[in-house]
Design a binder for this molecule. Structure first.
Ligand code: AMP
Length: 427
């Protein structure tokens, strides 16, 4: 199946070609025909499956049809709600890319920053609005936004919306939408609460499910290190030195923990940055951009902040803390091993995290391979392990020199003094 066979217009085919998209991903193959027919859609898919293009492309195609040419000031015809600023920005960027050869305009609004620039952009007129729920309601209440002309409504990452307590905001927004519209609802999981919410939004939807989470998990090589809480930072530094990790996303359960990891890494000469809800939008964007460009090799994140981070070629995920919600483990490791490439997920487990480990292994229906050979092994924990399968050493290690020197070798990405930036960029 090609994009052309999906019946896309030349303006979209051109940009997809420029993006190097060879063929539609499964969610795109399934969703685009449904959406082009004008049907409502209930999609069970997570970030990384290509779902943004799956909903953005049909919306762009509809809105760029000649009869939709704006007469007078543009009115918001498509509304996409998503839980985090990062996701909102990425979705808006995707609309800009996929709609590059159309006459459509989009903008993005989210909280935590002054509203002035966002209001200015809205005043100029946009066809497509991507928003987080809080700021959207604020601006609706201030009469800066009207939902009167919405024809397309997308609720993205619904399960995360519920986790983050946005349910009331979402219900308020839904109540304001015109009855006559096309609605799309995406969620990585389909808990009963999600299904109930979806029924309030969708008419008689078609359902599309892609890539059960376990499938993503299977592509990622997973390993487990038993270690005391106090030794986690030493183990992290040891692994960074041994493995030459090009891009590593380190997960901390708490914001405070993330800051602490950055500080301790810094003390050892490893540049990193934390992204979490307490960081300013500017700081988060800067860290993310530097990471995407390859200038920064280590990003330390909490689950909420990392959801939806779209980074191609992320080679390692390190679960510095195991998540207490097992589904988060699958989300985390899904950050690597994207788009068919293989990835590595390394998890640290201290005594207090054994119960979390059990829940995770139950969810993914397999035991994570324990690495026994490392200097910080916590023997007490190891002997308790139920792990039947043993693995000696980490697959990608050892590489002899931790920090190669000299112009002929790799750049030393880890030292504070940068020796030159990589020009790789994603997106
Ligand atoms: P998403 O699930 O929307 O976050 O997309 C994940 C990543 O896949 C993004 O970096 C997209 O640019 C990329 N992507 C989306 N569709 C395709 C495609 N058909 N071929 C290759 N890459 C794609």
């Amino acid at each position: 199946m090609t994009f052309k066979e999906l019946g896309l217009i030349p303006a979209i085919l051109r940009t997809l070609e420029e993006q190097g998209y060879k063929k539609p991903t499964p969610i795109q193959q399934q969703s685009i025909p449904i959406l082009l027919k004008g049907r409502d859609l209930l999609g069970c898919a997570q970030t990384g499956t290509g779902k943004t293009a799956a909903f953005a492309i049909p919306i762009i195609q509809h809105l760029s049809a000649p009869h939709n040419e704006p007469a007078g000031r543009r009115k918001i015809k498509a509304l996409i709600i998503t839980p985090t600023r990062e996701l909102a920005t990425q979705i808006a960027d995707s609309f800009t890319v996929y709609g590059k050869y159309t006459n459509l305009k989009n903008t993005v609004i989210f909280g935590g920053v002054k509203q002035r620039a966002q209001v200015d952009a809205l005043r100029k007129g946009v066809d497509i609005l991507v928003a987080t729920p809080g700021r959207l309601l604020d601006l609706i209440n201030q009469r800066k936004i009207s939902l009167r002309d919405i024809e397309y409504f997308v609720l993205d990452e619904a399960d995360q919306m519920l986790d983050m307590g946005f349910i009331h905001d979402i219900k308020k927004v839904i109540a304001m939408l015109p009855k006559q519209r096309q609605s799309l609802f995406f969620s990585a999981t389909m808990h009963p609460k999600i299904v109930t919410l979806s029924k309030q939004i969708l008419g008689n939807p078609e359902r599309v499910t892609v890539q059960p989470e376990q499938t993503t998990a299977e592509k990622v090589e997973q390993s487990l290190y038993f270690v005391t809480k106090g030794n986690k930072i030493k183990l992290l530094i040891y692994l960074l030195q041994m493995n030459h990790m090009d891009s590593v996303l380190v997960f901390s359960r708490t914001k405070h923990g993330a800051n602490k990891i950055v500080k301790l890494l810094d003390r050892e000469g490893f540049r990193s940055a934390a992204i979490h809800g307490n960081k300013s939008q500017t700081a988060r964007e800067l860290a993310l951009n530097n990471f995407k460009k390859g200038d920064l090799k280590i990003l330390v994140a909490t689950d909420i902040a990392a959801r939806g981070i779209d980074i191609d070629e992320l080679s390692y995920v390190v679960n510095y803390d195991l998540p207490n919600v097992p589904e988060s483990y699958v989300h985390r490791i899904g950050r690597t091993g994207r788009a068919g490439s293989s990835g590595m997920a390394i998890s640290f487990c201290d005594a207090a995290e054994r119960a979390y480990l059990r829940d995770i292994e139950k969810l993914i229906a397999k035991k994570i391979t324990v690495v026994h050979e490392h200097p910080y092994i916590n023997d007490g924990l190891e002997s308790e392990s139920l792990q039947p399968e043993r693995k000696h050493g980490h697959k990608r290690r050892p590489k002899p020199a931790a920090k190669p020197k000299g112009s002929g070798g790799r750049k030393n990405y880890w030292n504070k003094k940068k020796t030159g930036g990589s020009s790789r960029s994603s997106n």
